[in-house]
Ligand binder design. Structure first.
Ligand code: C5P
Length: 396
């Protein structure tokens, strides 16, 4: 529930992407936002108000003179207590009207009369997006402090390919969550490792660790929401990178080590969440090992570099944060690990319920002592960890 208690007015304007706004209402609602939909007349040609009413659980307004508003001030009342207005899709015409201060329908009047930020997700044909008039309007809107979300490039409803496509509903949701997150790491460079590593035995077999990668990805996402520029060095996981995060894919511990060491000096903060294999196979076979070759194949192990300890030992290196997953004696083991690796902060979790779930239990250990966090979804814990890092590094 990352938008709990937020009041959001969702403006829908006339464009084929209006159908995607229906999904956005659902996504915003699922995160706890209270969504009030207002549509332009053109938008109702694409999707009916009934769809939005059913999804938001509230009457939808399309007309400034709606008789349901006793004082005939729909434009003031609907956005009075809003935390922000999100317009998705925002058509070229709508953006032009806002850029010029026009207030000739309910939505533009609400936007002009608002006392809260405006986020707009443009959606239009490539040529409309590139036109000089739209360029002018977009520059004006940016100068006026409007937060523009996208647009994306790609295939368009008209069959053309180019810039102007509305961001996907999930991407808009991410931007709205990011918008509401305090920028406690603004301007910081954060390097994160996540996922397991995979150490080959032969071309089809290997040694790996149980790690879903979800905690590391949640940390990368939370750091980005907090305003940091984030690079995520990731072992093999089954999902894509968080929005706005630069991901570098690696497989083995040695690859992860190389990718991290190449970037560690310029990072301000390094968070090592990856479950790095302690050992790799010294004698990995070039070809698949055959069972009928006789005997049990000898697998020789050699120790992998400790990436976190090496980064922590760098002169002028980043502020280092480690993770310790333990099945018992959490405090003792985590504190010992923190001292051994010489890092200021370690997040410990007691593995009780297995790996890979959405929820987690974290206890933070630093020079000031022990800080247990309430068990919560990884997204919430990641945000708290980021706030703690910001606090310790003097950024917040
Ligand atoms: O030593 P141990 O694996 O228990 O420490 C866990 C912490 O160290 C985690 O933050 C993990 O990402 C990091 N680590 C590392 N390189 C290794 C082993 C662990 O960066 N080879």
């Amino acid at each position: 529930m990352e938008l709990q208690g937020k009041r959001i007015v969702l403006g829908v304007t006339g464009g084929i992407a209006a159908y995607k706004a229906a999904e956005l209402v659902r996504l915003l609602g699922r995160q706890g936002a209270d969504v009030q939909v207002a549509m332009t007349a053109a938008a109702t040609h694409f999707v009916t108000p009934t769809t939005f009413q059913a999804l938001s659980g509230k009457p939808v307004f399309t007309d400034q003179w709606d008789a349901r508003m006793p004082n005939a001030m729909a434009h003031i009342d609907l956005s009075r207590q809003a935390d922000c207005i999100v317009v998705a899709p925002a058509s070229a015409d709508f953006l032009a009207r806002v850029a010029n201060g026009l207030a000739d329908d309910l939505l533009t009047t609400m936007v002009l009369a608002r006392d809260c930020p405006l986020l707009a997700a443009p959606a239009m044909n490539r040529q409309m997006w590139e036109s000089q008039a739209t360029r002018r309007n977009m520059a004006q809107l940016a100068a006026d402090g409007v937060h523009l979300l996208g647009p994306a490039s790609g295939e368009q409803a008209c069959g053309e390919v180019g810039a102007g496509r509305m961001l996907e509903p999930e991407e808009i949701l991410e931007e709205v969550i990011a918008f509401f997150t305090p920028k406690v790491l603004a301007g910081r460079k954060v390097l994160v490792t996540a996922g397991p590593t995979f150490e080959a035995i032969d071309p089809v077999r290997g040694i790996t660790n149980l790690s879903s990668g979800r905690m590391g990805y949640a940390v990368a996402r939370a750091a980005r929401h907090a305003g940091a520029a984030v690079t995520l060095v990731s072992g093999p996981v089954g999902f894509g990178p968080p929005q706005g995060v630069d991901r570098i894919d690696v497989k083995s511990a040695l690859e992860m080590h190389a990718a991290v060491m190449a970037r560690a000096v310029e990072a301000d903060i390094f968070v090592a969440v990856a479950a790095v294999a302690d050992y790799r196979v010294a004698n990995a076979a070039e070809h698949k090992l055959k069972k009928d070759a006789g005997g049990v194949p000898p697998i020789e192990l050699v120790e992998n570099p400790d990436i976190l300890a090496e980064v922590a030992a760098l002169k002028d290196g980043p502020f280092c944060v480690g993770f310790a997953a333990e099945s018992r004696n959490l405090e003792e083991y985590a504190q010992a690990k923190r001292r051994r690796k010489n890092i200021p902060l370690i997040a410990g979790n007691l593995i009780q319920d297995g790996f890979g779930g959405d929820d987690n239990r974290l206890v933070l250990f630093d020079d000031n002592g022990t800080h247990p966090l309430t068990p919560a979804p990884k997204s919430v814990l990641a945000r708290q960890l980021v706030e703690h890092i910001a606090h310790l590094t003097g950024a917040a």
